[in-house]
Design a protein around this ligand. Structure first.
Ligand SMILES: Cc1cc2nc3c(=O)[nH]c(=O)nc-3n(C[C@H](O)[C@H](O)[C@H](O)COP(=O)(O)O)c2cc1C
Length: 181
């Protein structure tokens, strides 16, 4: 069975990106995928500093790296902070980039984000795609940038706008059909 790991670059209570993570999880499950939804709050890692290596590498880095390597799909819901991704997201990717073997070369990656602004995380996603691609990840073409958040979801946590619903379907199709060969 195809497996997916889902996560959010925001761990705050009431996070809109956690809603997106949950929504994508439901959609992937409906497509027959076994979904493992994690919280980065369970992977405590200090701010990356080369001096911490090799003695003080957090055990969470190895634990999270193994999850990224062992799922067929990784879906990241990323908020936008100041036109980029959150410190949590940067720190997580930085620690993961130091783990061997590479965590980027196995799964197919999907990225999306919800923001309070109408541009819907497009700068952050562009940044994130660039970083992941440079690290060797295969990121599917659909970009799920969603905003403004307060108009995006209905009370079940599903999307309202037909264009977003179509994009979600496209991403699920891409995530379940792309392969690294
Ligand atoms: C430090 C900070 C920077 C932000 N920068 C942006 C931004 O550049 N673009 C944007 O659309 N929203 C920005 N926002 C608003 C976020 O889109 C909004 O807080 C969103 O709900 C965060 O995602 P979350 O609900 O998953 O935590 C920023 C919020 C914070 C706290």
């Amino acid at each position: 069975m195809t497996t997916a790991l889902t996560l959010s670059g925001s761990i705050r209570q009431g996070s809109q990106n956690q809603r997106l993570q949950a929504h994508m999880g439901r959609k992937l499950e409906a497509a027959g995928v076994a979904v493992n939804a994690i919280s980065l709050g369970d992977f405590d890692m200090p701010i990356y500093n080369e001096d911490l290596e090799p003695e003080q590498v957090p055990e969470a880095a190895a634990r999270l790296a193994e999850l990224w390597r062992s799922h067929d799909i990784v879906f990241i819901a990323s908020p936008e902070y100041n036109g980029g991704v959150t410190p949590l997201m940067v720190n997580t990717i930085t620690w993961l980039s130091r783990q061997k073997p590479s965590v980027f070369r196995h799964a197919i990656f999907g990225i999306g984000g919800v923001s309070s602004g109408k541009y819907g995380t497009i700068w952050a996603l562009s940044h994130l795609r660039d970083t992941l691609s440079k690290m060797g990840a295969l990121v599917v073409p659909t970009l799920l940038g969603i905003g403004p958040a307060e108009q995006a979801f209905d009370d079940k946590g599903d999307f309202v706008e037909p264009a977003i619903i179509r994009k979600v379907d496209s991403m699920v199709h891409e995530l379940t059909h792309f392969s690294r060969g």
